[in-house]
Design a binder for this molecule. Structure first.
Ligand SMILES: [Zn+2]
Length: 141
């Protein structure tokens, strides 16, 4: 919303609908928001990888590219990050437009499920086991 305001658009509010405590900017909604940090914390624990120090989406993707992870693990982490962003945006829109709030645990379940679905359907050469994916997909690649 802050981008729309800088372009002269009249918007009802620039306050983040997820936490009601910060300006709704790209960096806030996808990284700094206290509500979103809980999702990133769950993802970090799942993957046993520290991601949340990187606030800006492009920094996060550069970190993945520059990391010492194998090509396969980079693909997995990248896919999961894209699904987390999708889940965050869905959470934001449901909160803003539908006035509903999904629990973080349910949102995290969506991240694990949809990232598995996306990765396993796009990377057919690489067989992925659902139970292994749930434990930590990086341990089995
Ligand atoms: Zn917020």
């Amino acid at each position: 919303m802050t981008n729309l305001v800088t372009k002269g658009m009249d918007v009802p509010s620039t306050i983040c609908p997820l936490c009601n405590d910060g300006l709704e900017s790209l960096i806030h909604v996808f990284g700094e928001c206290a509500s979103v940090k809980k999702i990133w914390d769950l993802v970090e624990r799942w993957l046993d990888v520290k991601l949340s120090a990187l606030r800006f989406p492009i920094d996060l993707m550069e970190w993945v590219e520059d990391s010492s992870l194998s090509v396969r693990k980079k693909e997995i982490v990248g896919a999961i990050i894209y699904v987390v962003w999708w889940a965050i945006w869905k959470l934001r829109n449901d909160t803003f437009f539908l006035k509903t709030r999904m629990k973080h645990a349910v949102l995290f379940d969506d991240v694990t499920y949809f990232s598995f679905l996306w990765y396993s359907s796009r990377m057919r050469k690489c067989r992925v086991n659902w139970l292994e994916w749930l434990k930590n997909p990086l341990l089995f690649m």
